[in-house]
Design a protein. Structure first.
Length: 369
């Protein structure tokens, strides 16, 4: 009898142990959150994240095709929009997002953690993130001063190297002898490969600026990595009217996008380019812009300067020439590239004119110290 009771008690203890194990397993499941990625092409992908872990890191472990670059909250390549759930910035992490952007639901996945099951919207298709960045060598082909503080750097891929990018994306160039990376968007297109062109602003004391002015020579080798970034031509909107707003060297990715549209087949959409610099002396690529107006009858360009406007210039920043009749197509898409104040002003004005917020794509150009 005692033996029987002992066996009964052992069975009860094992059952109790199993309950505890099941409860612990349940607790673990509750602490992981399911993330649903909604890509612009209608594809949906799901994965689980652990608490206090970077959503981007967990996504990449599961092979999710996400865009990213710096993984430190500085470049905005991994930006998304929170649709449902709760996502917060990780403790100790910093983000370049403005408070207004955060309030609109924007998040940077590399510095964010999930506090619940979440649904996230991405402004690009599921195939975009499948192209990984690569490192290549390029030779300097030419260095041309095209304005008081701007140069056009033309490079050519070394033999055996291959690079492909979406118009609007950026590359990182390793400054020789310094080991410092600087990011620039090609103003050229894939059809110009193996050559690529970059418009680079010269900054007093800048690392790349000093190299270009004092050390760079034709045939020198540079190391280039890319492509990166979520700012690029959206093919799904190619039939809609396009508005381009560029400040300074923010013109580079815009020219790449315009030329890609020009090189594509089919009827070209109505396009408006508003480009500006601080002074007339700082303006550049005006002949290139004029040539594109001749090639593309559907393209209208407006040139702006903040100070000292001359005949044919608009006075003010590139937002100032926007007019009510510029937006007649409800599906108008806009591409903005330049300083953050310009992007903020342009976004507000375009929405006021009737452009849908989800059809406005922006890339902030920040001068490096």
């Amino acid at each position: 009898m005692n033996m029987h009771v002992s066996n009964l008690n052992t069975t009860q203890n094992l059952d109790e142990h199993n309950v505890v194990v099941e409860q612990n397993s349940s607790d673990i499941e509750k602490t992981t959150h399911q993330i649903t990625l909604n890509f612009s092409d209608g594809v949906t992908k799901k994965f689980n994240v652990s608490p206090n872990k970077s959503i981007l890191d967990e996504a990449l472990k599961d092979g999710m095709p996400l865009l990213y670059q710096c993984r430190s909250g500085s470049c905005s390549s991994c930006i998304c929009t929170l649709n449902e759930g709760d996502i917060n910035t990780m403790n100790g992490a910093s983000s370049t997002l403005l408070r207004s952007e955060y309030d609109l639901g924007h998040r940077l996945l590399c510095v964010s953690q999930a506090e619940a099951d979440c649904s996230i919207d991405l402004a690009y298709g599921s195939e975009v993130g499948t192209t990984s960045a690569q490192e290549v060598n390029v030779f300097i082909d030419s260095i041309e001063h095209i304005a008081t503080n701007t140069v056009r750097l033309t490079v050519e891929l070394a033999e055996g190297s291959y690079m492909e990018f979406r118009p609007g994306q950026f590359m990182q160039i390793n400054v020789p002898g310094v080991g410092t990376l600087r990011s620039y968007s090609p103003s050229s297109t894939n059809k110009s490969l193996p050559k690529m062109e970059f418009l680079i602003r010269l900054i007093p004391g800048g690392i790349m600026s000093t190299y270009l002015k004092k050390q760079a020579e034709v045939d020198q080798i540079l190391t280039l990595t890319g492509p990166y970034g979520a700012f690029f031509l959206r093919e799904e909107h190619k039939r809609a009217s396009h508005i381009f707003i560029a400040g300074g060297t923010g013109l580079a990715p815009i020219l790449s996008i315009i030329d890609t549209v020009r090189q594509s087949s089919g009827v070209k959409p109505k396009m408006l380019l508003s480009f500006g610099c601080a002074t007339p002396e700082a303006l550049f690529c005006l002949d290139d812009i004029q040539l594109r107006e001749q090639w593309l009858p559907s393209l209208e360009a407006r040139i702006c300067v903040d100070h000292g406007a001359k005949e044919g210039h608009y006075s003010g920043n590139p937002v100032s020439p926007l007019q009510e009749n510029d937006v007649t197509d409800p599906n108008t898409v806009a591409y903005l590239c330049g300083p953050q104040p310009m992007i903020d002003g342009a976004t507000a004005r375009l929405i006021e004119l009737g452009v849908k917020a989800e059809n406005i794509f922006a890339e902030q150009f920040v001068a490096s110290n």
